[in-house]
Write a new protein. Structure first.
Length: 695
């Protein structure tokens, strides 16, 4: 019936029978149009053929169970409280146990509720699941659906108040969907066939009302593809735009670069040479370089940066080098300055707590062009910092900066060439998505005299043995670092622990040695003094909070002891470990496990088993999710409805290829077969391009 036909863009509130309460509840979730509603995807699907009956439970298996809450309540035991639920189905019962978050669970589960729970079956005075995932059903699953797949929606108080729960929401969606006349696809048949994805209407139907699991899988695949594809369209467009930004070409290799090259007391690795060539090729073109240099800790990125700086200065432009912490900026400054002085390139340091006079001097030098190279922190992107002719920006430890700051420094010049460096190997699926607009250079080789670091996990009881070993290493002229975690929530006690250890070790354990202490609360001069003594080997053992996490280079250090290792992520541990093994001497990393936390044993084992940063990054991604790599949540870069960076590797690669192909063939999406794609992008994904549209 034509009269009942509803368009995708129709506002929900005007649809007959919806009512103000519901439309208001939906609006609060950002659901305003019919299309929005269809894109309100189930959080999970319950496959009825995969529900396990309580009588068939086995210890150790991971199951989904549907049943009714017979009783529930809080139990107090020696070390705290727990909340338990007795869940019963037609064949038996199981206990559900929550140790923490008791309040929240307690408020949401009550006797008589139907739950679908998912988790690993354990045995403790009967079968139980600890901390199961769970969904509340309105009813016994048997009566919930005719198909075998039951959608479970993300529900909240607002929806419940508007009487929208799993079943009613599903009925509501069904009802509205039946009124829609057409759901157009934005892909052509040819495109769908090429990429093996189903039609949009089919997908939007099956995601809510799949008859079987195969249908559901095809729907999920298509909808995930969409999200990755449109995100990649944005990335490809960005890359395409950047590749066209005109700027000063820097074609000359002159005396500065030669002078520095001749100072090196080692041969560059072939990976370093290759990367320098890639950079030189980029900057000699009259378009902006936008390159990410990835190289594991200790692979020698700094010297690549130094040679790149010299190339730029050979072409009469200024260079800014930005580091995430003052300590690192200062250390870079020392290293850079040594080379720059030889080549007579005026170089300055700009960090936050420079005194006003010194700061003014640097600012003047940058503005009038007398200073060629400036090394600094966030202080470089402050308003009053002006350059005469900024031609190259290098950012070290890129992953520590937000996206915003990277842009800020680039904006200071007339489109300076841009080189980012990172020692955090980023899993491929992530770099496609988050650095897809950059060209990638990889140093996949360590200087050849390196011996792999040996990593050992120890319990605190064995520390005395470890200290004996440290004494031997120091007798042989080497140095040692002891790192303490420092996190905001427990900053005070963390700091206290580091201070206490310093006292204990210098008085009791190493009375004949110099034990230094460095932490974030110290003044810059104090930190400098300690660091310099350590560099000069006047301090044998340096105790530090994680301020040394990035970049520090004291090759004579051969022992790294990481305290409370269980509190660090793998990527961080790998970074810390990278502070040793930086010379031709054998090095050791000791991970002290003080407490057993969630999968800590597993994590520390991984550290013992490999030195490969990429493997470690992949494991970290699996264990902790993508947020660990760049604080993605914070930057709010992109929020997926159904896609998942962790598990969609194959789809991501396919979507990425498809998007880059389309953009290279039709950059503005003007061809007739691409118009619908463009429209959908501009409607829903324009924020990927920071608010601007394709076209
Ligand atoms: P990262 O990539 O972690 O920043 P660095 O640039 O700090 O590593 O280099 C680590 C150490 O290796 C430094 O002491 C540096 O001087 C040295 N180094 C760099 N390249 C080579 C090379 N080709 N041969 C020998 N040593 C090198
Ligand atoms: Mg470095």
């Amino acid at each position: 019936m034509a009269a009942a036909a509803v368009q995708l863009t129709a506002p929900i509130q005007f649809i007959k029978g919806v009512g103000p309460a519901r439309s208001k509840a939906l609006e609060q979730l950002g659901i305003e149009t019919v299309e929005d509603l269809l894109y309100y995807f189930p959080r999970r699907h319950l496959d009825r053929t995969l529900i396990t009956a309580c009588r068939d439970l086995n210890k150790g298996s991971t199951v989904t169970i549907v049943g009714e809450v017979k009783s529930c309540g809080i139990k107090t035991f020696k070390r705290g409280k727990l909340f338990q639920v007795l869940l019963e189905d037609a064949t038996g019962y199981i206990t559900l146990t929550w140790f923490n978050g008791v309040k929240y669970i307690q408020n949401s589960v009550k006797t008589g509720d139907y739950l679908a729970v998912h988790g690993k079956v354990e045995y403790y005075r009967g079968f139980q699941i600890v901390h199961p995932e769970f969904d509340k059903l309105e009813d016994d699953a048997e009566r919930l659906s005719t198909g075998s797949v039951i959608p479970l929606y993300p529900l909240n108080q607002t929806l419940r108040k508007a009487s929208l729960e799993h079943r009613s929401l599903r009925r509501f969606i069904r009802d509205i969907q039946s009124k829609i006349n057409i759901i157009d696809d934005f892909y052509s048949d040819k495109f769908r066939n090429t990429h093996g994805i189903i039609d949009r209407k089919e997908a939007l139907t099956a995601i809510h009302f799949a008859e079987d699991v195969d249908q559901l899988k095809a729907a999920i695949n298509r909808l995930k593809f969409d999200e990755h594809f449109f995100l990649q369209l944005g990335v490809a467009t960005k890359k395409n735009n950047i590749d066209k930004i005109g700027t000063n070409p820097l074609p000359k290799t002159g005396d500065y670069a030669k002078a520095i090259y001749s100072q090196l007391d080692f041969d560059l690795t072939s990976a370093q040479k290759k990367v320098i060539q890639e950079i030189a090729n980029d900057i000699k073109k009259p378009v902006m370089m936008n390159r990410l240099l990835q190289g594991d800790v200790g692979s020698g990125k700094t010297i690549v940066a130094i040679l790149t700086v010299a190339l730029a200065v050979d072409n009469a432009v200024q260079v800014a080098v930005m580091a995430p912490t003052e300590i690192l900026a200062e250390q870079h400054f020392l290293v850079f300055k040594k080379f720059m002085d030889e080549a007579q390139i005026p170089t300055a340091l700009l960090v936050g707590n420079l005194n006003a006079n010194d700061r003014q001097k640097v600012l003047r030098g940058l503005k009038n062009g007398k200073i060629k190279v400036v090394i600094g922190t966030h202080a470089l992107i402050q308003q009053d910092v002006e350059f005469q002719k900024l031609g190259l920006v290098i950012v070290d430890e890129q992953h520590r900066f937000g996206v915003l700051q990277r842009g800020d420094l680039v904006n200071k010049g007339q489109n300076p060439h841009f080189l980012a460096m990172t020692a955090t190997p980023i899993p491929r699926t992530l770099s496609i998505t988050y650095y897809g607009d950059m060209d990638l250079s990889i140093i996949d080789e360590l200087p050849k005299d390196r011996i792999p670091v040996t990593t050992t996990v120890v319990q605190p009881e064995r520390l005395n043995k470890v200290y004996d070993f440290v004494k031997e290493e120091i007798k042989a002229g080497r140095q040692c670092m002891i790192v303490y975690p420092l996190v905001e929530e427990s900053e005070k006690s963390d700091l206290a622990a580091a201070v206490e250890t310093h006292e204990y070790l210098s008085d009791k354990v190493f009375p004949d040695l110099q034990v230094g202490l460095m932490h974030g609360r110290m003044k810059r001069e104090e930190k400098d003094a300690v660091m310099n003594s350590f560099i000069k080997n006047e301090i044998n053992i340096l105790i530090a909070t994680t301020v040394i996490e990035v970049g520090i280079d004291v090759p004579n250090t051969t022992v790294m002891i990481i305290e409370h290792a269980e509190r660090f992520g793998l990527t961080q541990l790998h970074q810390l470990r990278g502070r040793v093994g930086r010379s031709d001497k054998k090095s050791y990393c000791i991970l002290v496990e003080r407490n057993i936390t969630e999968n800590s044993a597993q994590r520390l084992k991984i550290m013992e088993s490999t030195n490969d940063g990429f493997k470690i990054a992949d494991e970290d991604l699996k264990l902790r999710g993508p947020g660990v790599f760049f604080g993605i949540q914070q930057s709010g870069f992109f929020k997926f409805k159904i896609a998942d960076l962790l598990t969609d590797g194959k789809i991501i690669r396919a979507a990425c290829k498809a998007a880059f192909e389309i953009i290279s063939d039709d950059p503005k999406l003007e061809k007739p077969e691409n118009l619908a794609i463009k429209q959908h992008f501009n409607q829903h994904y324009h924020h990927v391009l920071k608010g601007s549209n394709i076209g």
